[in-house]
Write a protein that binds this ligand. Sequence first.
Ligand code: HEC
Ligand code: HEC
Length: 163
Amino acid sequence: MRGQSRSGLSAWRAAAIGAAFGGAFVRAIGAFAAGPDIVPRVTGAAQPMQDVPAPSPARPITDDVRKMRNYPEQPPVIPHAIEGYQLTLHANRCLECHRRQFTEGSGAPMISVTHFMDRNGQVLADVTPRRYFCTACHVQQTDAKPLVPNHFEDMLAVGKSRR
Ligand code: HEC
Ligand code: HEC
């Protein structure tokens, strides 16, 4: 349990060691910053085991605008709602629109040729089993604020500033 000495040290020795090392540690931390703001949101509560209110879930972006890919092999992100879409061994809601046979009626972009290729590069008549579970690669975006800053640079921009 928290607060108990797990190592079997006597309480006094534990306290003495704790004072020596803990003091140095606290001073080191204190040198960098003070106040609860330094706790990154990913680590949870400032006080361990403290209750924190659950943040409301982020809303998926469903504006139907196809997003630019950040690099050519990126699986495009899903720009529409997928809530309630069944994706099981027996039913694949995604393919009811994105399969080659159905794109004329649905207006959805067809799964590209790589989705028909087995691991030997052989093009099959229908989607390959290794691309069957679409959401293993394709994800929605949400309006959640990023937890950490992102300094991603497009490959077209990389190195340009040095020229
Ligand atoms: C009712 C038809 C329909 C269903 C079902 C559907 N989609 Fe779509 N999807 C579309 C259409 C239409 C677009 C084009 C953009 C838009 O209108 O939202 C699209 C766009 C996409 C794109 C973006 C393609 C690109 O090049 O940017 C991805 C990825 C995608 N869908 C994946 C999925 C996945 C994964 C599922 C299942 C969870 C799914 N879709 C289910 C109709 C559908
Ligand atoms: C193993 C990862 C993976 C899985 C699983 C997968 N995709 Fe993709 N998908 C990709 C990648 C990577 C691309 C972009 C490059 C390419 O076309 O291969 C892509 C591209 C697409 C595109 C854009 C095609 C185009 O020509 O612009 C659509 C639409 C799409 N996928 C739908 C689906 C659907 C629907 C499923 C489920 C049946 C699915 N994908 C399963 C990785 C995946």
